[in-house]
Design a protein around this ligand. Structure first.
Ligand code: AMP
Ligand code: ZN
Length: 136
């Protein structure tokens, strides 16, 4: 399944060139064109899924296994000291390309990046209420 006019479909399937770190029949791993840090890479499935909601569960598992293999390789080759895995779903969450992708962002001391959020105050009652909303 490919989507017309999807740039990541075209990259994943080799119609548009990219710096490929790994490829198999289901995935391509490329370097991000606007890297947060040296080695910032993306795992792309070759089939089109807009986001994690659409990605089949089995593929989601394969993505995480592939991420682990890539992280080990990049840590050994680049000498980074940490990693952030980032995966945005929906434009409100910062997704700009609507073909599922997992960011792998190597971290170096003093790399100047900050990937995170501002923790909010929450009461135990509020936590209980949210828990019940999700699983109650
Ligand atoms: P997101 O905001 O999670 O949708 O991330 C999209 C990412 O794709 C950004 O980090 C972009 O820098 C990256 N990107 C967009 N176009 C290309 C491209 N042609 N090749 C490589 N990376 C790209
Ligand atoms: Zn696509």
């Amino acid at each position: 399944m490919k989507a017309d006019n999807c740039i990541f479909c075209k990259i994943a399937n080799g119609e548009i060139p990219a710096k490929t770190l790994y490829e198999d029949d289901k995935f391509r791993v490329i370097l991000d064109l606007g890297p947060a840090t040296k080695g910032h890479a993306l795992i792309l499935p070759k089939d089109h899924y807009a986001d994690l909601f659409e990605l089949p569960e089995e593929s989601a598992g394969e993505v995480m296994k592939l991420a682990k293999r890539m992280l080990i390789k990049m840590r050994d080759k680049l000498g980074c000291e940490g990693f952030n895995l980032v995966q945005n779903n929906g434009d409100l969450a910062g997704q700009t390309v609507f073909h599922f992708h997992l960011h792998m962002i190597p971290r170096y001391s003093a790399d100047g990046q900050k990937i995170g959020w501002k923790p909010q105050e929450v009461t135990p009652e509020e936590l209980e209420e949210v828990k019940n909303q999700i699983v109650g």
